[in-house]
Design a binder for this molecule. Structure first.
Ligand SMILES: Nc1ncnc2c1ncn2[C@@H]1O[C@H](COP(=O)(O)OP(=O)(O)OP(=O)(O)O)[C@@H](O)[C@H]1O
Ligand SMILES: [Mg+2]
Length: 301
């Protein structure tokens, strides 16, 4: 099998536990993400999602193991990887507009000043920030507005890999819906790969090709990779009518409510701790073919 675009290999992260010992957040996590895939990760608070994302971004070094993107070891940040942080992380001394143009200038040094500014304004407008508000500094913006600037900044750079840490957490439902749709539009028209952390199960089903499920920490692991067997384009009102929707949703709820605890701290038989692939497809049962496919298939890959 060819190597995936993003390859996470036996990643282990330990931190000092504050009492002279070590806290193992996760151990030997191994999984891959294909080019152009949209992958969401779900897991309880503290299981290590942001830690994984910081390592993928090249902003933190794991205790052991590594990450390869396009066959090259990830070390240090790169314009090829755009990040929306859980706490927005804007540059406080720059206006919303300059927070976006800053990266665009670095990405496209040959562009004129006017072109850079127009590009940044287009992305800010896409997240609903237009007019005088773009000249305000982060401290003069609401939490939701800051989050939107952070989204515009990451998207405007057209990175090969978008790393999103609960990017819509601070947004009201309406804005959230609009920006989710914009994200799907941007992603659909490019070769971009998206890795997104979310606590929202319905958001994950709407957006993702696959959802990775993490057990509780310490010694957390990515236990399952659940395929979202619902065709695109998806629409938030129609998606719930699809026969697979509630079957997938129930599986995710059950994992987060129960199995994430039961499996906590238990390594799998696989030394690389690869997630089991879970494919739930109720439409296969309605197939008139005499050999019905199993409704739930869980295999180690
Ligand atoms: N720099 C650090 N030093 C020590 N411990 C850390 C550090 N960063 C994270 N941790 C610990 O690692 C664990 C995982 O943290 P992480 O932020 O990755 O969780 P998370 O899954 O993103 O949680 P949430 O959903 O609340 O954002 C936690 O127990 C946290 O306390
Ligand atoms: Mg986090």
């Amino acid at each position: 099998m060819s190597k995936p675009f993003l390859s996470i290999e036996r990643l282990t992260q330990q931190f000092p536990d504050g009492q002279g010992g070590a806290l193992t957040v996760f151990e030997n996590a191994t999984f891959g993400i294909e080019k152009g895939e949209f992958v969401c990760i779900l897991g309880h608070s503290g299981c290590g999602k942001s830690t994984i994302m910081n390592i993928l971004a090249g902003l933190a070094e794991p205790t052991s193991g590594g990450v390869k993107m396009d066959g090259t070891e990830v070390s240090g940040p790169s314009l090829d990887r755009g990040v929306v942080f859980q706490n927005y992380s804007l540059l406080p001394w720059l206006s919303a507009l300059k927070n976006v143009t800053f990266g665009v200038k670095a990405r496209y040094p040959e562009w004129s000043k006017a072109k850079v500014e127009q590009h940044a304004r287009d992305y800010l407008a896409m997240v609903g920030l237009e007019g005088d508000v773009v000249h305000r500094k982060p401290s003069q913006l609401s939490g939701g507005m800051r989050q939107r600037v952070s989204i515009a900044r990451a998207f405007a750079n057209h990175p090969k890999l978008l790393l999103l840490d609960e990017p819509f957490g601070a947004l009201d439902a309406l804005t959230r819906g609009t920006i989710q749709d914009e994200l799907l539009k941007i992603w659909g028209g490019t070769e971009q790969t998206v890795f997104m952390i979310t606590h929202d199960i319905d958001e994950a089903i709407l957006l993702a090709d696959r959802i990775l499920l993490m057990t509780n920490g310490p010694f957390a692991r990515v236990a399952e990779s659940v395929e979202i067997t619902i065709p695109r384009p998806r629409n938030r009102t129609e998606i719930v009518e699809h026969p697979n929707y509630y079957a997938i949703r129930n599986h995710l709820v059950q994992f987060l409510g129960q199995r994430s605890k039961e499996l906590a701290g238990q390594p799998s038989d696989d030394p690389d701790q690869r997630p089991a692939t879970v494919r739930i497809d109720k439409t296969a049962a309605a197939d008139p073919e005499p050999e019905p496919a199993p409704r739930l298939q869980a295999v180690n890959t």
